[in-house]
Design a protein around this ligand. Sequence first.
Ligand SMILES: Nc1ncnc2c1ncn2[C@@H]1O[C@H](COP(=O)(O)OP(=O)(O)O)[C@@H](O)[C@H]1O
Ligand SMILES: [Mg+2]
Length: 267
Amino acid sequence: MPQVLEFADVVVRRNARNIVDHVDWSVRGDERWVVLGANGAGKTTILQLAATLLHPTSGTVTVLDERLGRTDVFELRPRIGFASSAMARRVPPEETVLNVVMTAAYSVLGRWNESYEDIDERRALRVLAEWRLDHLADRTFGTLSEGEQKRVQIARAVMTDPELLLLDEPSASLDLGAREELLQLLGGYAQAPTTPAMIMVTHHVEEIPVGFTHVLLLRDGAVVASGPLEETLTAENLSATFGMPITLATEDGRYAARAASQNPGDR
Ligand SMILES: Nc1ncnc2c1ncn2[C@@H]1O[C@H](COP(=O)(O)OP(=O)(O)O)[C@@H](O)[C@H]1O
Ligand SMILES: [Mg+2]
């Protein structure tokens, strides 16, 4: 399986500080990565590099065999799906769900005046069904629940059939039911053989869907550990990532973490 992303000694420097600090990382087409770290660890910045929205201060970023700085990012971007709440805030609330998803084919937000081929509409309806949104196709984006809006963001990101799918905290701020529904959909998607490489950012291990294969642990912009989930997502590595003693439990492919008891008598 070919590589879809490679970071070599990548630094992003802002205000005399490395917010991405000498990161080496590579992702293959059949891998589904979780990027995990505390608030401010650099997760979104890493995703923006992968999305070609940002260039490194030093080091090299290669996305889908194209090296940033030596390639036309406007040709590269349609091959990458990116869903984030920052993006969702730019969707006009009066836009219909079908249009929000369908317009991804043109990399614009909002319908404006393009004429769409039937094939785009058929594909959009298929993608909506895949993300349990078909009954909402004619609703306006602004009237949806938060969980439904998150699913629309992802549907929009997969509409162009990307070779790399990037999700920035897709289940943040959802209630338990909406989170579990989304994790089930993401897990099913992650396990399908035709799914592209995925990278999902989160700061909660509880939000790692079944079917994800690898994890990159970040602290202060630097890699604490990276590799296959089973061997890399350990209490020890999590403790180093979050700077406190943490215990980790696993059940049916899902994870739960909490602070380790400070009082030996509690155990
Ligand atoms: N353009 C910028 N200028 C200065 N600091 C920034 C900029 N973008 C992000 N940062 C800082 O870099 C750190 C990492 O940010 P970010 O990648 O958004 O972290 P995360 O997504 O893990 O919460 C944070 O401390 C943030 O305040
Ligand atoms: Mg972030």
